[in-house]
Design a protein around this ligand. Sequence first.
Ligand code: BMA
Length: 314
Amino acid sequence: MVENHAGLVRRYEKNPILTKEDIPYPVATVHNAGACKYQDRYILLFRSHRQNGRSIIGLAESVDGFSFVVHPKPFLEPATEGVFAEYEEYGVEDMRICPCEGEYLLTYSAYSRHGVRIGLARTQDFDKVERIAFISQPDMRNTVIFPRKFDGYYVRLDRPHSEINPWPICISYSPDLIHWGNSRVIMNPMKYHWDEMKIGPGAPPFLSEKGWIHIYHGVFQTMGGAVYRMGVALHDLDNPERIIGVADEWILEPDAPWERTGYVPNVVFSCGVVPEDDGTVKIYWGAADTVMCVGTASIADLADLCLTRAREPL
Ligand code: BMA
């Protein structure tokens, strides 16, 4: 394992763990995978650009979380009929696997001539997928659902866009997964800071002893283009809209050669984590929108960083 500059996230020494050569159908990239553990197997639902520039979702599985085998067929491609076809015409991207109350909720970006909105699907077995609904209007991306309900409500973090306050993280609630409301902005990008241009939910939140840990992405615009890094925030255990602390420093930035160059240079972007019983978490990220990587971190260290090196969330 090699330490990154902050030492919190340890990169797996055999990164990248998936490249387009591992995919048994023609694709240009494999990145931004949702992740979970299902029946003692690790599952990645990754995004791939087809050679027409539009994205689909593929499935890979592993027994150790590091060495993955890809299924022969894609997991989800744009729908061909009905309302889903209309809103998925340009592709499906960046799927999150949200384990919630005994099932796996899947959120993804659906692109079409109408913009980008969030699709919600579910699976019980990672074989059959049932699309449920679109749960946002355009333009919304990056939606993660907490692993449990709070006072009977599902809770999600998402990321809308407005000209007045571009790209903050919001929270909203739903009794039935379809109708969402009571939304509030709970976290903003910070001026002249590594996440000043935009922030967005990354992986579904997971538990630490101090609260829910949410790994998010932050973007900084430079003369050489945007740089995508990862940060961490700690949410209250019983009231997830209360952010206890956001770490002032990023936890991972593009550094390895395959993170610095590729389809989109200087990107590390996580859609999935797997918390383990030994107090560590496996963090999966897409590198330069081209390959998949993994690293590990101590869950307690991530929580501590949010408490000891905090900045204001709003
Ligand atoms: C964002 C999304 C991500 C992507 C990132 C960097 O806007 O499209 O899927 O990884 O840009 O290109």
